[in-house]
Design a protein around this ligand. Structure first.
Ligand SMILES: [Zn+2]
Length: 497
């Protein structure tokens, strides 16, 4: 029976550690005196549930990792800032895989396609060094777990890949993903580190003094600016986005406040808004976006009609964000369509009735396609970026419907919604909003071809239907195939190439 110390809440995120005296491995200098056992709990699941195959073929079940504890703590302290604050996945060498639902999925997809191309894979390897728990193995076995900051939460994704060199150990937890608040994860980690580094007068190890120095430095802070630059620019030093936001906030005499804890748990709405922007966005466009955010600040919040539709529904919990987006669109449309018999969904009227303001602004070619502002002390607002190629002609309507989905379902209670729609935003959130927009503008009862449509007329009929629905032909074609109104073969037949 091992007497574990528990840090955190097993239902969300917790670690258990125990120091043991029965070391079975030769003690390396840098881990001396740290033999022990540990477990990692996420959403009530022990990720250190292992089956070990012995040389005699006999399999034994163990509920914890037994190894030196120093490597895990060294990794936590060395990577403290990026682990808790870095949000972006490497863009270089990335396969754009919109089905990647978690950081681990994205890493594995890139490993598969670019793993044997060192130049392309290098940024991912570096990133995994900061976010994959396996980087802490130092000869031991470690569960296959990735951490990624997502706004004010940490996504934890795991699976049971066999660790090279540790083929006899199998982790039992099948792949999964969960989230816990940054405060909850950071607090559990920090108290575990404090416990581990508690001074022991009788024996002094060099590795421990070094680790204690690093940890003391982190705790002494300040971490405000470097947390923001890890979040926005994946760098401890301010990169382009951090510099822009700091210069504007300082001009407004509203610089980020120093932190009391050695981590940044809740982002300011401005920093959250910058988190998904392209690093290529120009300074004037970024300043303009901030100005729009300040303009939207007001005492009057949601209208009563809007309030009755809003609910916090995290996209990541749905196995198919796409189907969830469809269902939500039909539900909302059913409640607010002012002209159910009309041939098109009157998005502009509906937004007006809900008290959502639409502003057409120029946010540059690298700016977001759309922006959704809502929640505490913000007037619900949709920004449509006129410089974005997809907002030409009927694309604007799609952007409005997409942003409406964010306003209704992507809020978190802690701070106002300041969402920008870009390729850097969370894939599940964007997928759901795209599906919502498609179904909102092309609901099943409106997106119907006449049953007698001849194949030779198909292209023509789709064109006419797109005009009635006021959507682009390309969007309609794809949507008709997605809802099985036309077959895949017909889709290829009517597509221009
Ligand atoms: Zn979006």
């Amino acid at each position: 029976m091992i007497n574990f110390e528990t840090f955190g809440d097993k239902a969300d995120f917790a670690l258990e550690f125990a120091l043991l005296s029965d070391s079975i491995a030769a003690e390396p200098e840098e881990s001396k005196g740290s033999w022990g056992a540990w477990r990692l709990w996420v959403a009530g699941v022990n990720l250190c549930d292992i089956r070990l195959q012995g040389a005699d073929g006999y399999t034994s079940a163990v509920q914890e990792v037994r190894w030196f504890l120093a490597p895990v703590f060294r990794w936590l302290v060395d990577n403290w800032m990026p682990l808790l604050h870095e949000k972006r996945l490497p863009q270089e060498g990335t396969v754009v895989d919109r089905r990647s639902c978690s950081a681990r999925d994205a890493y594995l997809a890139t490993l598969e396609s670019a793993g044997d191309d060192p130049a392309r894979f290098y940024p991912w390897q570096e990133w995994a060094g900061r976010h994959s728990l396996r980087s802490a193995s130092e000869g031991g076995i470690v569960p296959d777990v990735f951490f990624q900051r997502m706004e004010d939460e940490i996504e934890i994704s795991w699976g049971n890949r066999i660790q090279p060199g540790a083929e006899a150990a199998m982790f039992m937890a099948e792949s999964g993903v969960a989230r816990a608040s940054v405060d909850c994860v950071a607090d559990a980690l920090a108290s575990a580190i404090d416990w581990f580094l508690v001074p022991n007068d009788s024996v002094v190890f060099d590795w421990k003094s070094e680790l204690t120095d690093s940890w003391t430095k982190i705790k002494a802070g300040p971490i405000g600016k470097s947390a923001v630059s890890w979040y926005l620019d994946s760098n401890p030093k301010p990169g382009p986005l951090t510099k822009t936001i700091l210069s504007v906030l300082e001009k407004l005499k509203n610089p980020p406040q120093p932190q009391e804890s050695p981590w940044l748990g809740t982002l300011s709405p401005e920093v959250a808004m910058f988190g998904d922007l392209s690093p290529k966005i120009t300074n004037p466009a970024a300043a303009k976006l901030l100005a729009e955010y300040f303009k939207a600040r007001s005492e009057t919040g949601d209208s009563d009609t809007l309030k009755s539709l809003v609910s916090e529904q995290p996209a990541w919990v749905h196995s198919s964000p796409w189907h969830n987006g469809y269902a939500l669109a039909l539900e909302v449309l059913d409640k607010i369509d002012p002209a159910p018999k009309a041939s098109e969904s009157r998005i502009e009227t509906m937004l007006e009735n809900l008290g959502v303001r639409v502003r057409e602004v120029k946010l540059g070619r690298h700016g977001p396609r759309g922006v959704a502002l809502a929640g505490a002390s913000l007037k619900p607002t949709i920004l449509v970026n006129l410089d974005h190629l997809k907002n030409e002609h009927r694309g604007k309507r799609f952007t409005m419907a997409h942003e409406l989905c964010h306003i209704l379902f992507d809020r978190t209670s802690a701070r106002p919604l300041t969402h920008t729609s870009t390729p850097w935003a969370s894939p599940t959130v964007e997928q759901r909003a795209n599906a919502f927009a498609a179904m909102f503008l092309m609901p099943l009862n409106r997106a119907k071809l006449s049953p007698n449509t001849r194949r030779s007329d198909l292209k023509n009929e789709i064109g006419k239907l797109a005009d009635r629905l006021k959507v682009s032909r390309a969007a309609l074609r794809q949507h008709l195939a997605n809802i099985h109104e036309i077959s895949q073969e017909e889709l290829e037949f009517v597509s221009p190439y």
